[in-house]
Design a protein around this ligand. Structure first.
Ligand SMILES: [Zn+2]
Ligand SMILES: [Zn+2]
Length: 344
């Protein structure tokens, strides 16, 4: 099969390798779509905490079952499937609580298991048993189904931040995840959504968020707009979907009872901050993290896409072949458009 192999930071080769055998109790999936994540671009350039080399990247994939060795015959060749990237152990306290994305023994496609930037992916039994493999409903395309993964991460972030009806939500970043966050927040009943962005091309597509207000960071101040749009009260929720953020001043924009979700990781130099503990105390603020999503959230995300409640079709702005993956990763890293997808 043809695969894109990363042997070290910046070293990516597309070449023929042996097609892996179908694992016992698992599946061999013929990849049909694998979207490129900002994390892939970052891993390609500089590596990542959970990444082991040599590796086939790609954790947002869907395809067709080519071979099935599942014990209960749950899947058959020809089934259209989308696969959640995280594979929990199923036995630890986190997995038992359904928080399999926090499993200390987690395996992740494209990080420590080979992922979707190859013509075939092997899906181990643990993924099948853990509910990580989902049938794609009819009418949903492979490229749309592959976006269940980023949407599941947003579901996780918003569950942590506890978005409820009537909330004013401030989203930092109008990239693909910022836009998904906006749509999801609306679905959860957010009354006002503000989305802030600096890049000109992403300001142009920010209307896809369906927000009440797009904040142009080149000419407007987030703090002033947040105050104005909330009648001076502050916003209820802040979702970080950007590469840079001044956490200390953002905290001051929260209304009493406000929640901030650190959805994106920050560069080391801006990650260490001093926060006013008394502000958190008196205003009863919460700060939460979010990293990936659970198998159940992945299932729910696919359902949201398939039912049309979250329309992801316009988020895909570039389609490439596996041979063009280098360009796809550069495109994603340059933040030129929204989502790029490798199609097979
Ligand atoms: Zn991703
Ligand atoms: Zn576990």
């Amino acid at each position: 099969m043809k695969a894109a192999i990363l042997t070290g930071p910046g070293n990516l080769v597309v070449k023929e390798v042996g097609t892996p055998p179908c694992p016992d109790g698992g599946l061999l999936v013929k990849t049909r779509a694998c979207s490129i994540c900002t994390t892939d671009a970052k891993m390609y350039h500089q590596g990542q905490r959970d990444l082991a080399y040599p590796r086939i990247l790609g954790h947002e994939f869907s395809g067709v079952v080519a071979e099935s060795h599942t014990r209960d015959g749950a899947f058959e060749p020809g089934d259209r499937v989308q696969v959640a990237p995280g594979i929990g152990c199923g036995r630890c306290p986190a997995c038992r609580r359904g928080a399999d994305n926090r499993c200390p023994h987690i395996g992740i496609f494209g990080f420590n298991y080979d992922g979707g930037f190859a013509e075939f992916v092997t899906v181990p039994e643990r993924s099948v048993l853990g509910g990580g493999v989902n049938q794609i409903p009819e009418g949903t395309s492979f490229e749309e189904a592959a976006l269940a993964e980023p949407l599941a991460s947003c579901l996780n972030g918003q569950q942590q931040a506890g978005i409820t009806g009537g909330d004013t939500v401030l989203i930092l970043g109008a990239g693909p995840t910022g836009l998904l966050h906006a749509r999801l927040a609306r679905l959860k009943g957010a009354a006002r959504i503000l989305i802030a962005e600096r890049l000109a091309n992403r300001l142009e597509t920010a209307e896809l968020a369906g927000a009440e207000r797009i904040i142009d960071l080149n000419s407007e101040s987030t703090a002033e707009v947040a105050k104005e749009e909330s009648g001076g009260r502050g916003v209820d929720v802040i979702l970080l979907a950007c590469r840079e953020a001044a956490l200390k001043s953002l905290l001051e924009l929260l209304a009493p009872g406000g929640r901030m979700c650190l959805f994106s990781g920050l560069p080391a130099e801006s990650a260490r901050v001093r926060l006013d503990a008394n502000l958190i105390h008196y205003r009863e603020l919460s700060i939460t993290g979010a990293y990936g999503g659970t198998a159940a959230q992945n299932r729910a995300a696919l359902e949201l896409i398939a039912s049309g409640r979250i329309d992801v079709s316009r988020l895909i702005t570039r389609r490439l072949s596996l041979d063009e993956i280098g360009e796809g990763l550069e495109y994603t890293g340059r933040r030129e458009g929204l989502k790029a997808t490798i199609k097979f």
